[in-house]
Unconditional design. Structure first.
Length: 456
């Protein structure tokens, strides 16, 4: 069959409020032109993030009723631990309330000022937690990943030559661990090949440097490997995931993505000493090691969701929703990151608004235009989120200026995407009228969440 349908039926619905254009413009003004500061009920189609915004299955809701809320050693903890071990094969499992908590514990226990953490691309909270410790979050994305128009299967890969150069220059004295993010959210939701993960592991092992996997979209990455990497077409997604994790010494995970839940995460490792350090800080910040800031019902829902994310039919549907929007934007000539990513469509804001320079944040212009035109909330993935500072404190723009339209899991139907296509088309046809923005207020870390903008 050519038509790919949702592998589920809808049992419960949630109303969407449809604001007028004038109401949306007023709401954006009140939010200081930052869509993060909007009320969710003022957004008709909310594609701000795929993190914790999905719909849970009947099996997950049923499992939540079995939640054991005992403080220590609950049945729900045992179910969660068994599932995570079954997928990852990693020895020590520590639950956290979400992924950034796992990142914070990892960074606080292992990093010192001046340390360097290589990655294919660090996403926002990973980078912020590393920099908060005075360390350097180094991106070593392959050249293909910086070319938004190139068609290649694994544009999320790390540049192995750059990694070797980094290790030769700094060694294990300055690099306590290396990371790889699957899929590469910063670079357009692009996957990382198994061969690349294997090569990274081989290179860092020569220096006795551990490899940490940022695994929040591990199931989507496994699907890309199944579809596009030779030798994996006959393997199940679970088998592919197990091999991915076999190259990691540790992993962080936001279960709000491929855990298919609304909250939760974990930090896992094989090293006993690391586990003791992690556990001590977990108790201080998150809770006892068998609940880690989560209710027993959350642990139950995550255990089910992790396995549901590895169901092949679900991933076929998930990818079809992304490519449906992607293909139609390509037909319209709208500049997007090619090929389609795993969890989102990424508009190339630099090419969409060539008249708006990076220091006027073209991604913010597009995000705000989509909201005013149709109540669509996306997010800028560019110089607001990822600009660096030079030695004089001047801003260095991000190498990519993107707008991410992230798809909540099992939430929207085809008519929602048809509406989205109309709104993007409207913005594209009137792109010359979209202004740049300047920042009028910003915090020191993760400024994109709360900073204020004004039109230029």
């Amino acid at each position: 069959m050519k038509t790919i349908i949702e592998p589920f039926r809808i049992k419960t619905t949630e109303p969407i409020k449809l604001r007028t254009r004038d109401e949306r413009a007023e709401a954006l003004k009140a939010a200081m032109n930052n869509v993060f500061l909007l009320d969710a009920e003022d957004c008709s189609i909310d594609l701000l993030t795929d993190s914790g915004t999905g719909a849970m299955s009947t099996r997950q809701w049923a499992a939540m009723m079995m939640g054991d809320e005992s403080y220590a050693g609950s049945r729900s903890w045992k179910t969660f631990e068994k599932t995570v071990r079954e997928i990852t094969g990693i020895k020590h499992v520590l639950p956290t309330h979400q992924g950034r908590a796992a990142e914070a514990i990892l960074a606080a226990t292992l990093l010192r000022k001046g340390d360097i953490v290589p990655n294919n691309s660090h996403f926002d909270t990973t980078r912020a937690n590393i920099e908060f410790q005075g360390a350097i979050a180094l991106n070593l994305l392959c050249a293909d990943g910086l070319d938004t128009e190139k068609e290649a299967h694994f544009k999320g890969n790390m540049d192995i030559d750059k990694l070797k150069t980094c290790l030769e220059e700094h060694g294990s004295e300055k690099i306590p661990f290396c990371m790889v993010t699957v899929t590469n959210n910063t670079g357009g939701g692009q996957p990382v090949s198994m061969e690349n993960i294997r090569q990274i592991k081989q290179v860092v092992s020569a220096y006795d440097i551990p490899l940490v996997i940022d695994a929040c979209r591990f199931a989507e990455n496994a699907y890309f490997i199944h579809e596009n990497e030779p030798g994996y077409g006959d393997k199940s997604l679970l088998e592919i995931a197990r091999e991915m994790f076999s190259y990691g010494d540790a992993a962080t995970m936001s279960c709000k993505k491929d855990g298919m839940s609304n909250i939760g995460g974990f930090l896992i490792c094989n090293d006993d000493k690391w586990a003791e350090q992690f556990r001590n800080l977990l108790i201080l910040r998150e809770g006892f090691p068998t609940y880690g800031g989560l209710a027993g019902r959350d642990l139950e829902a995550i255990a089910i969701g992790l396995m549901e994310a590895l169901e092949y039919d679900y991933q076929v549907y998930r990818h079809a929703t992304v490519t449906y929007l992607y293909d139609r934007l390509i037909e319209l000539g709208v500049p997007v990151v090619r090929p389609a990513g795993g969890h989102a469509v990424f508009l190339d804001a630099g090419k969409f608004l060539p008249h708006v320079p990076s220091d006027q944040y073209p991604g913010i212009g597009i995000v705000n235009s989509l909201y005013i035109e149709g109540g669509v909330r996306g997010v800028e993935i560019g110089s607001v989120m990822f600009a660096q500072k030079d030695e004089n404190g001047d801003e260095i723009p991000s190498p990519l200026e993107l707008v991410r339209l992230a798809f909540p899991r099992r939430v929207y139907t085809q008519s929602h995407f048809d509406y989205l296509i109309e709104i993007i088309t409207e913005a594209w046809q009137h792109r010359e009228q979209i202004p740049g923005y300047r920042i009028t207020y910003q915090p020191e870390f993760l400024r994109h969440f709360t900073c204020h903008f004004e039109e230029i």
